[in-house]
Design a protein around this ligand. Structure first.
Ligand code: MEV
Length: 322
């Protein structure tokens, strides 16, 4: 290390947004289409700095963590992210301090794990001067490696949305996932409300898998239903048919209830939004807690927000899909 780099450490920065699944969660793991969008108001950021102390130190104050990646457990997501970048770059990581911060609520279905991993991966790639690894496609692929560790059998939709930071129509398939963008004819106004209950994606996805193994025909039919909803939602978004989208959200929620991934808290918030006049509402992400989303007309925002808070929402954020 040169003296100048000790006196003024080089640093690299990257950020990734939260995400919502508009249509098709769970079924997307089984190859059905799904639609997801970034939530740019909440973000994870990573700063990578040269260090004069040997090793790679990871500081994540929001998670209450400060440790050395070399000493981390095999299944530590940040250690996996670091290894993924080092392997792809074909070199070991130099001595570094990585600081990760996030305003994305944890375990809420908003993709905080994927966003933190994507931010770390992109910042590390930039710091190593491996600019090809900092491209969206590479960041998404490397983040998927971390997602596998967190969730077992992720579809790939979360890492895609947070890395590309744009709405996507996504189908998991071999040898390459289908990832398409689409036009949004009329801006879609959404509220995202947090039940305040932790949603453990890996556990819920694992439980859906057990149910599918026990009752394959019934679950295949449920996944088909979700797939049809996502297929119908895409032209509805492209043609600005907001009322139809509201009905499709209700249909999707009914399939998710059948999969047993809703919860009384999610149902309470969904009912409150609909009673306040929202066009549609459903859970978003893995479910059994976490967030729900509701589609509204812009003039309904205050009333629906108030209804959600009165029904117990921990927080409500507004986002517009354009
Ligand atoms: C989680 O955001 C979405 C799920 O469909 C899991 C996945 O796609 O990997 C529940």
């Amino acid at each position: 290390m040169t003296q100048s780099s000790v006196l003024s450490p080089q640093s690299s920065f990257a950020t990734a947004p939260g995400k919502i699944i508009l249509f098709g969660e769970h079924a997307v793991v089984y190859g059905r289409p799904a639609i997801a969008a970034p939530v740019t108001q909440v973000r994870a950021t990573a700063v990578v700095e040269d260090s004069a102390t040997p090793g790679v130190r990871l500081r994540a104050p929001d998670l209450g963590r400060d440790y050395w990646l070399e000493a981390a457990a095999e299944d530590d997501p940040f250690a996996r992210a670091g290894r993924a970048v080092a392997e792809a770059a074909g070199r070991r990581l130099p001595d570094l301090v990585i600081t990760v911060q996030s305003t994305i609520p944890i375990a809420s279905g908003l993709g905080s794990g994927a966003a933190m991993a994507a931010a770390v991966i992109r910042a590390l790639a930039r710091h190593l001067g491996a600019s090809h690894l900092a491209e969206d496609e590479q960041v998404s692929a490397l983040t998927y490696e971390v997602e596998k560790l967190l969730h077992g059998t992720p579809s790939g939709i979360d890492n895609t949305v947070v890395a590309f930071e744009r709405p996507v129509y996504f189908v998991r398939r071999q040898p390459q996932n289908l990832i398409e963008t689409f036009q949004v004819a009329t801006p879609l106004h959404l509220l995202v409300a947090d039940t305040g209950q932790a949603s453990a994606t890996g556990l819920v996805v694992g439980d859906v898998r057990r149910q599918w193994q026990a009752e394959p025909a019934r679950f295949e039919a449920l996944f088909d239903g979700c797939g049809r909803v996502a297929e119908a939602a895409r032209p509805a978004i492209e043609q600005g048919e907001v009322e139809r989208l509201g009905r499709l959200m209700a249909e999707n929620q009914a399939y998710l209830q059948e999969m047993t991934v809703s919860s009384p808290e999610l149902e309470r918030l969904i009912a409150a939004a609909l009673a306040a006049g929202a066009l549609g509402a459903k859970l978003s992400g893995a479910g059994r807690g976490g967030n729900m989303i509701t589609l509204i007309r812009p003039e309904q925002e205050a009333a629906v927000r108030e209804a959600l808070l009165a029904a117990g929402a921990r927080s409500v954020l507004a986002t517009v899909l354009r």
